[in-house]
Design a protein around this ligand. Structure first.
Ligand SMILES: Nc1ncnc2c1ncn2[C@@H]1O[C@H](COP(=O)(O)OP(=O)(O)O)[C@@H](O)[C@H]1O
Ligand SMILES: O=c1ccn([C@@H]2O[C@H](COP(=O)(O)OP(=O)(O)O)[C@@H](O)[C@H]2O)c(=O)[nH]1
Length: 256
């Protein structure tokens, strides 16, 4: 059923002065697990709706939003491989899982009257558009949210790498990684309650200390292209908007 997409529903955020946005174009990385909400598997529509609202607030202040969603709530190649499956087949399943998540997110965005497009790194004619950089930039420029799905299209990579890759390709101002913790710590804060949070961190420090919040391939990529990354807690209401208007949220990874 085709639905007419209207302007985003006005929210408190639309009252924010557009000139206040620190970034013009962002790439938001959402982990698949974040979509599970309270469940152990799958997608919680309530979480999708909340995320759609927060994304709508960014669109409302004129920020161009690209999104990469993970697939860890459904399938991960490495986990399937441990259970006995061929790794490449598992990674293909993981990438297909990201397409399912992107479709669900598009549905939630459209229900909130936020215009959005899903592009896939793996051709999937009749379901989603094939990723094309120039078309993606055109969509972003016209204010559509673009969901980049199927990761990089290649096995042995992660959606963190896909987020950094697409962010660099479509020339965003920052890659924002939404996760379950409120930044990067000197060790995993879930395992070590005495872990200390960084407000800012250099690419080299993140690599040398092997800080597990983002995979090292992704960090190498952003370092080589000097793309700043911000890691923040998606479960904190309003944090995404605050970050985009220049508030202090999470950890900034940059040249230092
Ligand atoms: N140094 C660290 N700082 C912050 N989080 C870390 C660190 N090391 C490991 N982590 C873990 O990384 C997780 C966030 O990564 P994310 O990619 O969102 O999760 P997942 O890999 O489960 O999809 C956090 O839940 C946290 O437990
Ligand atoms: O470029 C990519 C991106 C993802 N994947 C597969 O898709 C799964 C889901 O992505 P990810 O684990 O990054 O999701 P998240 O942890 O963010 O939910 C991965 O485990 C891989 O199996 C892949 O093969 N290539």
């Amino acid at each position: 059923m085709s639905r007419e997409i209207q302007e985003p529903t006005p929210t408190a955020a639309t009252k924010i002065d557009k000139s206040k946005s620190k970034y013009k174009r962002i790439l938001l990385k959402l982990s698949g697990e974040a979509l599970m909400g309270e469940h152990d598997f799958g997608i919680d529509p309530k979480v999708l709706d909340r995320m759609a609202l927060e994304i709508g607030q960014l669109v409302g202040i004129g920020v161009q939003v690209g999104i990469v969603i993970g697939g860890g709530n459904l399938f991960r190649g490495a986990a399937l491989n441990e259970a006995g499956m061929d790794r490449v087949t598992g990674d293909h399943m993981g990438m297909l899982a990201t397409v399912m998540n992107a479709l669900a997110m598009r549905d939630a965005l459209e229900r909130s009257n936020i215009r959005s497009r899903v592009m896939s790194a793996i051709p999937m004619s009749g379901v989603v558009e094939h990723y094309d950089r120039r078309t993606a930039i055109r969509y972003l420029t016209s204010g559509d949210v673009v969901l980049f799905s199927a990761g990089t299209g290649n096995p042995f990579f992660t959606t963190d790498s896909a987020a950094c890759l697409r962010g660099i390709e479509v020339d965003v101002d920052v890659v924002i990684k939404a996760t379950k913790v409120d930044g990067v710590y000197n060790k995993d804060p879930v395992k070590y309650p005495d872990a200390v949070k960084y407000d800012q961190l250099s690419y080299d420090d993140a690599l040398e200390q092997k800080l597990g919040v983002m995979d090292l391939t992704a960090i190498c990529l952003v370092r080589d292209h000097n793309m700043p990354v911000r890691v923040f807690d998606m479960n904190k209401p309003g944090a995404l908007l605050n970050l985009v208007v220049g508030g202090k949220e999470g950890t900034l990874i940059d040249r230092g």
